[in-house]
Design a protein around this ligand. Structure first.
Ligand code: CP
Ligand code: NVA
Length: 294
């Protein structure tokens, strides 16, 4: 049956552990032509370094091919309707990866495509990022039990996918955001998620601190206001002191150094941000094998 990856909730815990094992294997055997002859369409409405590069390189290393479609190429919803774009791509490609402004665009692509659709970031979720992040934690710690992850910053797309991951993989999640920037309650209405407006409170005894930019793509008009509201939410050495001494630092990147994170923390010995970035490649290759070869 055709399977999409639109939300992190599209994977069960056992599917995730299978993906971690496969990611580990593909990390070792880099060139494995499992998707020989398959083509992946990459639809981008927003910029990208990691997502574009890792999906293109990943398809190449799996023996397939990826075709990048820039915003002006399709004119999604303007030059051509979303259903028609999905119908066309389904005749040529084996899968679609889409980075969109609105989450409903990826949902619509999935509704009209006859091939698997992967969400490469929308305003609501970033499941591919969190898949690589969970693989990274699994690699470093071997387990999710007794892990406390503290989110510091905006209750955004990455945060939403992390919330879902915490429920499936069963780790503790403490979220700190400025008032008014909490994640949507539909994600946090379970007792396992702690939400506060105090970053020092959230990171107490944390095993992992995770942060992201204060202004996400598409919110550029709010940048000045957000810079003021998020001032106390910087991940710096003072904050790090409140966490466990071996606490890991995560960031999905790109980072706005000097805003949400200081240079000494992102470049420090506890930072695993470039392991996360590397693992985008390996984890997404596992995802592609699962979705495109089934
Ligand atoms: N983390 C991430 O998705 O990076 P890009 O926006 O560069 O793809
Ligand atoms: N929250 C950020 C993540 C970038 C990878 C954004 O949506 O811009």
């Amino acid at each position: 049956m055709r399977k999409h990856f639109l939300s992190f909730s599209d994977m069960t815990s056992s599917e995730l552990y299978d993906l971690f094992e496969l990611s580990k294997k593909l990390k070792k055997d880099k060139i494995s032509p499992i998707l020989n002859g398959k083509v992946l369409a990459l639809i981008f409405e927003k910029p990208s370094l990691r997502t574009r590069f890792t999906f293109e390189a990943g398809m190449f290393e799996l023996g397939g091919y990826a075709i990048y479609l820039a915003p002006q190429d399709i004119g999604l919803g303007k030059r051509e309707s979303i259903p028609d774009a999905a119908r066309n791509l389904s005749r040529w490609a084996s899968g679609i990866m889409a980075r969109t402004f609105e989450h409903k665009t990826v949902l619509q692509l999935a509704k009209y495509a006859t091939i698997p659709v992967i969400n490469g970031l929308s305003d609501i979720e970033h499941p591919c990022q969190v898949l690589a992040d969970m693989f990274t934690i699994w690699e470093k710690r071997g387990t999710f039990s007794n892990i406390k992850l503290a989110w510091v910053g905006d209750g955004n797309n990455v945060c939403n996918s992390l919330i879902i991951a915490s429920k499936i993989l069963k780790f503790d999640l403490s979220i700190s955001t400025p008032g008014g920037y909490e994640p949507n309650k539909k994600f946090t209405n379970t007792s396992s998620i702690y939400v506060t407006n105090e970053p020092l409170d959230a990171v107490k005894e944390a095993d992992i601190i995770y942060t992201d930019v204060w202004t996400s793509m598409g919110q550029e008009m709010e940048r000045e206001e957000r810079l003021k509201k998020f001032k106390e939410f910087q991940v710096n050495n003072n904050l790090l002191k409140k966490a466990k001494s071996d606490c890991l630092i995560m960031h999905c990147l790109p980072a706005h150094r000097g805003e949400e994170i200081t240079d000494d923390v992102i470049d420090g010995p506890q930072s695993i941000v470039f392991d996360q970035a590397e693992n985008r490649l390996h984890a997404q290759k596992a995802l592609l094998v699962k979705l495109l070869s089934e």
